[in-house]
Design a binder for this molecule. Structure first.
Ligand code: ADP
Ligand code: MG
Length: 322
């Protein structure tokens, strides 16, 4: 979406598209503070224990700067109800969306999907493997174009959007995947910085925002590490930092904890919840039944490409274990 298109807002709720307050400066000073020195050898691989890793993320999440950078909202409020009362448009609207892949002409991957998601909601998308979760998420950033139906994201009609506008749409959607998708030759810092470089952010912005967002996900001490020097949970935190560094209003996560141990998964989910509390709409496709049951958030369940359940404060339900 271009800067000229206003984002729906409601009274008292911060507009995630509005320019953020300047990021606090890191404790170190100097132009290159926090930027990896390519002349220095990378730190050796260290096996960190899981408890320490969980504690480091908890510490970061309790950092008051988190909410100074991403403004807080009331976590108890029903976003859907508030949005409807305030006449706010859904950030995602799907009407009769059907997707038939040419390889499977008789078995739609999505079949007549109708969903509204409002700004600031946290939504779990659950269902068996093959039920259509990835296809549904992929329609939101136009990786996949539905065969029929109507889909609006942040006010844009994705059935009509011109291909040249798709990169602008994608700037508004942070994405996190099961396999992290980090660039293996780049450090944590460089992976996050690259996302900003790709959209032409000035160097000064990159130098202030990248260390800040890595600090917020608890990786202040691992900025110079390459992905293979980090644990799975740490790599996913880099991926979350990368998805969030441009402060998109919408974050989509496809099985973000699928490769992680339960304790680490909980930390990642807390991080996503914390990001949601700052106003970002978050959609998480997951198989993690315990996580979904424990978080009491909106749950949309898919089965064979159909929505079979959409509950405001649901649990995983009885829809498969993998
Ligand atoms: P989930 O993420 O819930 O596992 P998917 O969206 O990946 O579900 O898959 C939904 C259905 O669409 C499955 O039957 C799958 O085989 C099919 N499918 C997914 N991607 C493609 C594709 N690129 N080509 C053909 N069929 C696909
Ligand atoms: Mg999938």
């Amino acid at each position: 979406m271009s800067a000229a298109t206003p984002q729906p807002t409601m009274a008292g709720i911060p507009d995630p598209m509005a320019p953020a307050a300047p990021a606090p400066q890191p404790a170190q000073s100097g132009l290159f503070a926090g930027i990896p020195d390519p002349t220095q050898p990378a730190a050796p691989v260290v096996e960190r224990d899981q408890a320490a890793e969980v504690a480091s993320l908890d510490n970061a999440l309790n950092n008051p700067d988190f909410t100074s950078v991403f403004a807080p909202i009331d976590p108890q409020a029903s976003r859907k109800k508030m949005a409807k009362q305030a006449g706010v448009e859904p950030v995602i609207l799907m009407e009769h969306v059907t997707k038939i892949y040419p390889a499977q002409p008789n078995k739609p991957a999505l079949d007549d999907i109708n969903i509204e998601i409002y700004p600031g909601e946290f939504v779990f998308l659950v269902g068996h493997s093959g039920s259509g979760k990835t296809t549904l998420l992929s329609t939101l950033n136009r990786d996949v174009k539905p065969t029929s139906g109507r889909i609006l994201v942040a006010g844009q009609d994705l059935m009509k959007i011109k291909n040249r506008k798709v990169p602008f749409l994608r700037r508004q959607i942070g994405a996190v995947f099961q396999d992290f998708k980090l660039l293996p030759q780049k450090t944590a810092y460089e992976n996050v910085a690259f996302a900003l470089q790709c959209i032409g952010k000035p160097k000064g912005v990159i130098r202030s925002q990248v260390p800040e967002v890595l600090r917020l996900v608890g990786l202040a001490d691992q900025m110079d590490s390459l992905p293979d020097q980090l644990s799975g949970g740490e790599q996913q935190r880099v991926a979350v930092a990368r998805a969030m560094v441009n402060r998109p209003p919408l974050l989509i996560c496809d099985e973000p904890t699928g490769n992680l141990d339960p304790a680490i998964s909980l930390g990642i989910m807390k991080l996503l919840e914390r990001i949601n509390r700052t106003g970002t709409t978050v959609i998480v496709a997951t198989h993690d039944r315990e996580m979904v049951d424990s978080m009491h958030r909106r749950v949309i369940a898919l089965e064979g490409g159909h929505v079979i359940r959409d509950q405001e404060r649901g649990g995983y339900g009885n829809y498969g274990t993998n």
